[in-house]
Write a protein that binds this ligand. Structure first.
Ligand code: 3PY
Length: 259
């Protein structure tokens, strides 16, 4: 049975964010993930995790001005200082929350920047972050994201991510494999998971089209959950989907697709 983590950015949005920890625990989740913890005090988040017996499975490095449309700054040569400051902030929160992995959003390709400089910036930022996080006992992940949800996003394919890992050369840098994004960009889900399994530290899910619950679209999650189980993957699977109705009404997929 996979270890499913509730993504509190997308799930239980029937209640305010700080009430989603209790809602997730009530629904049977033992782990949670969400985009960013930085708008909240570390102690108030840690208290929620403690009170409801939850593991903080993942959060992201600071990713620029999210509300203005930024989706990461890691490939932007004009933002290296801000990126490095963000690594320190992410470590502070991860340590306070007992979180053992953080994801680095590559960002949208900034206009007018040479492709070689973009790649060099991304690689050097990842090398810096992977080293700082390793010293803190925290893994660094990078996630390919599809180009429909975030047009212009710098990292889009699993093979591209693996090539970046190779170039960075850190033993503390891994792939965050989002099944939904992968389905949209490349398909080949089971074989890709199998091929890159040693480099995949976290998996996320949603169905396609719609980014709703597993079982609402084209992906054969019953097969994929069994395949992942048999593959020996022992990480978490983040439930990062938009509930088609209410979150609780939609949770029947867990029983239906894993028994
Ligand atoms: O948009 C996504 O899929 C993410 O996981 C962002 O962290």
């Amino acid at each position: 049975m996979p270890k499913f983590a509730a993504n509190l950015t997308m799930l239980f949005n029937e209640v305010g964010f700080l009430d989603r920890f209790e809602a997730a625990a009530d629904a049977g989740f033992k782990g949670v993930e969400y985009l960013f913890p930085y708008a909240f005090r570390k102690d108030e988040l840690a208290e929620k995790l403690e009170r409801f017996g939850l593991t903080q499975v993942l959060h992201n490095l600071p990713a620029g001005n999210w509300d203005s449309g930024e989706r990461g700054i890691a490939c932007d040569p004009s933002r290296v200082g801000e990126f490095q400051d963000g690594v320190g902030r992410a470590i502070e929160y991860a340590q306070a929350l007992g979180c053992k992995q953080v994801n680095c959003l590559a960002g949208k390709t900034p206009a007018g920047v040479d492709a070689g400089r973009l790649r060099e910036t991304f690689i050097e930022n990842l090398r810096f972050a992977a080293g700082e996080l390793k010293a803190a006992g925290i893994r660094l992940l990078v996630e390919p994201i599809n180009t429909w949800d975030i047009p212009g996003f710098y990292l889009n394919r699993t093979a591209q991510a693996a090539e970046i890992l190779e170039a960075v050369g850190s033993d503390n840098l891994f792939i965050q494999y989002d099944i939904y994004h992968a389905q949209r960009m490349e398909g080949e889900l089971a074989n890709t998971i199998k091929h890159y399994l040693p480099q995949i530290a976290h998996i996320q899910l949603a169905d396609n089209p719609g980014r709703n619950e597993p079982g609402t679209g084209e992906i054969n999650y019953r097969y994929l959950f069994d395949f992942i189980d048999r593959s020996g993957y022992d990480g978490w699977i983040g439930c990062e989907y938009k509930p088609a109705a209410t979150t609780r009404e939609g949770l029947g997929w867990i029983e239906a697709l894993t028994r």
